[in-house]
Ligand binder design. Structure first.
Ligand code: F6R
Length: 259
């Protein structure tokens, strides 16, 4: 894992956008994996700014990490709608290029299998943006998730539902279930960029990067991936033991290497 200790959330967004921009310039038909939640919003705003300055996304496809079960299709908090609003529309990514599991499908296991097949048919994800839960979840693979899991139905923990209640009128409105890419699905992306902001994520980031590989911190499975970039602000970096080492590696990085 490459751990980059950023000065603030703006640098996190800028470096993540640099990685997306380099990919899209090299491969106009790139396949992006996108997360929801608060953390990637700065990245999405930065990509919208770059789009306004000429960066094109016409041929790019985007795949959601997860979706709530049971929210009506155009519900403002359905993840497809959030990504449409925050990323796809601002960068000119057409609706038919935005893919997600359908949380209203009558046969949810069949829908999960369909989503995996669409992902495979697209050739897999070039760059997957992920956030991290305060409990170490990545996508909605909550603690104790199988490290070999694929897209499936998961039950959200009370903590995750409480964390996400800020997006709903009342905590009871937060759905109990989601469809989420599995950890093995996430590991197939060619580059994973994990973003974390704020001290509430410090323990989870340290466990994911430096802790043992463990289903108790599902994000620790990223230690098995050959190309992961972890972009953290000072709060999210607060519990890392080897911060000096990460700083030195970043300082001495050959200038021709991207993220
Ligand atoms: C969202 C997702 C989640 C979030 C995580 C952090 O699609 O998969 O894993 O990335 O819950 O959420 P925020 O960024 O709101 O702290």
């Amino acid at each position: 894992m490459e751990v980059v200790l950023c000065d603030d959330e703006h640098e996190v967004a800028r470096l993540a956008a640099d990685a997306v921009e380099a990919l899209v310039r090299a491969r106009p038909a790139a396949v992006l994996g996108v997360a929801t939640g608060s953390t990637p919003l700065g990245l999405y705003r930065e990509l919208a700014r770059r789009h306004a300055a000429g960066l094109r996304f016409d041929e790019v496809s985007a795949f959601l990490l997860d979706e709530y079960v049971g929210l009506p299709p155009r519900h403002p908090q359905s993840y497809r709608e959030v990504v449409r609003r925050e990323l796809a529309a601002p960068v000119g990514l057409a609706d038919e290029r935005l893919h997600g599991p359908d949380g209203t499908a009558a046969d949810l296991p069949a829908e999960c299998a369909r989503y995996e097949a669409v992902l495979a048919a697209a050739g897999g994800i070039d760059l997957q943006v992920v956030g991290i839960g305060a409990n170490g979840h990545v996508a909605f693979n909550e603690p104790s998730s199988s490290l070999g899991s694929r897209t499936r139905i998961k039950t959200l923990t009370p903590r995750t539902r409480a964390d996400n209640a800020r997006f709903f009128a009342s905590p009871e409105e937060v759905p109990r279930h989601v469809l989420t890419q599995g950890l093995a699905t996430v590991l197939e992306a060619r580059h994973v960029v994990l973003l974390a902001l704020g001290v509430a994520k410090a323990g989870a980031v340290a466990a994911a990067v430096e802790g043992p590989l463990s289903a108790r911190c599902p994000a620790s499975v990223l230690q098995l991936h050959p190309h992961v970039t972890v972009l953290v602000d000072p709060g999210a970096a607060a519990s890392l033991q080897d911060a000096d080492h990460y700083r030195q590696v970043w300082r001495d990085k050959p200038h021709w290497q991207g993220l």
